[in-house]
Design a binder for this molecule. Structure first.
Ligand SMILES: NC(=O)c1ccc[n+]([C@@H]2O[C@H](COP(=O)([O-])OP(=O)(O)OC[C@H]3O[C@@H](n4cnc5c(N)ncnc54)[C@H](O)[C@@H]3O)[C@@H](O)[C@H]2O)c1
Length: 358
């Protein structure tokens, strides 16, 4: 068992049955335990938890519908109404058992109800393990705008156990890979050299590689928990990525990891055009991303629509689109103004990759 702590959260990586969860649950003996799951983690992960921790037999289970399209206020209202009917109070504990949608929305639900219930995250997707479950950002979407409503509220504990990945579909493993590539590109050249050649699910889901990625995120968050500066480097790939994810949400949705991979490719293209990274480094990034993620093709109207969505990004200031750009492998700058022209060119470059004959 490996343990990482920041000032708000203890993160344990290893077999969940060997960690501190049992003693935490015992401390809630006279209080309610609430497990939030989605339909898939209800079927794939809940039984393991209840079998491993008999204390959870008495927990109330809250079932969320699957998917980003359900990370919305309407679902939260229903859960808050259920919390009220059950009479849950501030001494009770919420356990979010699921991917990033469950930990984002479950954390938001817990942080708002009666001004805040304590919660722990047990991520069950690779993306949740290396990214979404740690760092204290909770949130839901509003009118197709990603994470428009949310709080900074830290789980008391995060338990990362790769055992849950045994039921995760292969494409979801690669969604987590996108955020692992991001951590390497912004902070760790050595990890980048290692991780960019990995193509098997087995190698991506070892405790060691997950640990390295979690540590990068944890260290950055610890230095800037409220995202006033350095933490913004974690948004690399997300200015363009979030806009793409939002644009496709009510069409043919693309996953968060896929959108971030496309966003990293486009934003690295901008870095290359600015001569902040070399052509060789850009080619390495592009080759790595295209090997694992399908490219998308956008026409001129779609490019304009995606750029319009970027004006809603939370990182913007004074009506300018701000993003985080690589200025080397393992190095990233934040609060960089991106022009519509360079964003447009980067999106056309993605389209060229999707249709190389054009
Ligand atoms: N708060 C943050 O800092 C942060 C960071 C990155 C991403 N996010 C958010 O995370 C979300 C994406 O997370 P995600 O990719 O985990 O999506 P997700 O929660 O939708 O999970 C992906 C799919 O895998 C299923 N699943 C999860 N665990 C499973 C398991 N063990 N077995 C079988 N199926 C399983 C889910 O039901 C879902 O169908 C986005 O909403 C994104 O905005 C948040």
């Amino acid at each position: 068992m490996k343990t990482l702590s920041n000032s708000q959260t203890q993160v344990e990586i290893g077999s969940i049955t060997e960690g501190s969860l049992s003693s935490i649950l015992q401390a809630y003996e006279i209080h309610n335990l609430i497990i939030i799951v989605d339909e898939n983690t209800h079927d794939c992960c809940l039984e393991y938890m209840i079998t491993s921790f008999p204390e959870l037999k008495r927990a109330e289970v809250i079932l969320l519908p699957v998917g980003e399209e359900n990370k919305v206020m309407e679902v939260c209202f229903q859960v808050w109404q259920a919390f009220t009917e059950y009479g849950f109070g501030r001494k009770d504990l919420v356990i979010n058992l699921g991917g990033g949608v469950v930990t984002d929305m479950g954390g938001f639900i817990a942080s708002i109800f009666k001004r805040g219930l304590k919660f722990i995250n047990i991520p069950t997707s690779l993306l949740g393990m290396v990214d979404a479950a740690i760092g204290g950002k909770t949130g839901i979407d509003l009118d197709n705008f990603k994470n428009q409503l949310g709080t900074f509220s830290h789980p008391t504990h995060v338990f990362i156990d790769p055992i849950f990945l045994s039921t995760l579909p292969g494409e979801e493993i690669f969604n987590g890979y996108a955020e692992m590539l991001k951590h390497a590109l912004i902070k760790d050249q050595e990890l980048w050299s290692k991780i960019r050649t990995i193509h098997s699910e087995e190698e991506l889901t070892t405790k060691e590689i997950i640990w390295t990625s979690v540590k990068i995120k944890n260290d950055i968050v610890e230095g800037d928990p409220s995202e006033n500066g350095e933490r913004k480097v974690l948004n690399f790939g997300h200015t363009i990525g979030h806009a793409l994810e939002s644009y496709f949400l009510d069409k043919t949705p693309i996953s968060h990891g896929h959108a971030v991979a496309l966003g990293m490719c486009a934003e690295s293209f901008i870095s290359m055009k600015r001569e902040w990274i070399s052509k060789e480094d850009f080619t390495d990034i592009e080759t790595t991303i295209t090997a694992s993620f399908p490219m998308i093709s956008l026409n001129a109207d779609e490019v304009s629509a995606v750029i319009s969505l970027m004006y809603q990004d939370k990182k913007n200031e004074s009506g300018k689109i701000l993003g985080s750009l690589l200025n080397g492998i393992g190095s990233c700058l934040y609060d960089i103004e991106l022009s519509e022209k360079e964003i447009g060119e980067s999106l056309f470059h993605l389209s060229l990759l999707a249709n190389p004959m054009n």
